[in-house]
Design a protein around this ligand. Structure first.
Ligand code: SAH
Length: 209
């Protein structure tokens, strides 16, 4: 159920759904998604669906992870990336395989601790994790060449835009119940925003838990 054939089927499905970046597809092929979810759900790990990870949260659908990653690295591989919403750590692992350094913030402590254990076990201890409200970004490590949020809100937090490096790109679902994948490019003090695919994410909440 976690065989090479099952994974290949997922890659084909992502290609059909429009993902075209070969580096991203290769990382999705080699990242063990089953390792980031409950064993009881492992047989669904390579289906293109979101799955529960506890605390009312989900591991994002592989298409969403692939699409957001593809958008994030489109202008060039970012040297330093901030992720909001570590969750189970799967997207962090994908980013770590492609980007220079990865900083990831999660507001639910048990999820953050479990993600840390999993990333360390996979040899990805270099991913820096913090238990905090991602709405504030990670100021002491800013600026970031890429920022990716895995939770949605109707507005983009000003702190995240302020922590985006010149030439950097932010990718985030924006909206209330209906959301659009949104890309913001920074050039100097100018921010260019584009709204792309319709998506459905868990909410970007305030405070820590
Ligand atoms: N990146 C994960 C997706 C996890 S779901 C993956 O690989 O599948 C989104 C996560 O965002 C949840 O774990 C949720 O707790 C977290 N989240 C929501 N609001 C947040 C905030 N303000 N700061 C940090 N994390 C937040």
């Amino acid at each position: 159920m976690t065989s090479a054939r099952t994974r290949e089927r997922l890659i084909n499905r992502l290609r059909e759904a429009g993902v075209s970046n070969e580096r991203v597809l290769e990382v999705i092929r080699t990242t063990p998604r089953h390792f980031f979810i409950d064993e009881a759900l492992a047989h669904q790990a390579y289906d293109d669906t979101a799955l529960p990870i506890g605390y009312g949260q989900t591991i994002s659908q592989p298409w969403v992870v692939a699409r957001m990653t593809e958008l994030l690295i489109e202008p060039g591989t970012p040297a330093k990336v901030l992720e909001i919403g570590t969750g189970c750590g799967y997207q962090s692992a994908v980013l770590a395989a492609l980007c220079g350094s990865v900083y990831s913030v999660e507001r639910i402590r048990p999820l953050q601790e479990q993600a840390r254990r999993r990333l360390v076990e996979l040899g990805l201890a270099k991913v820096r994790l913090k238990h905090a409200d991602g709405g504030l970004g990670w100021n002491s490590e800013a600026p970031f060449n890429g920022i990716l949020a895995a939770c949605a809100r109707p507005d983009i937090p000003a702190e995240l835009l302020a922590q985006l490096a010149d030439g950097g790109r932010l990718v985030m679902p924006v909206g209330d119940r209906l959301q659009k994948l949104t890309v913001v490019d920074r050039r100097g003090d100018e921010f260019t925003t584009r709204q792309l695919d319709a998506v459905r994410f868990v909410p970007f909440q305030r405070g820590i838990q």
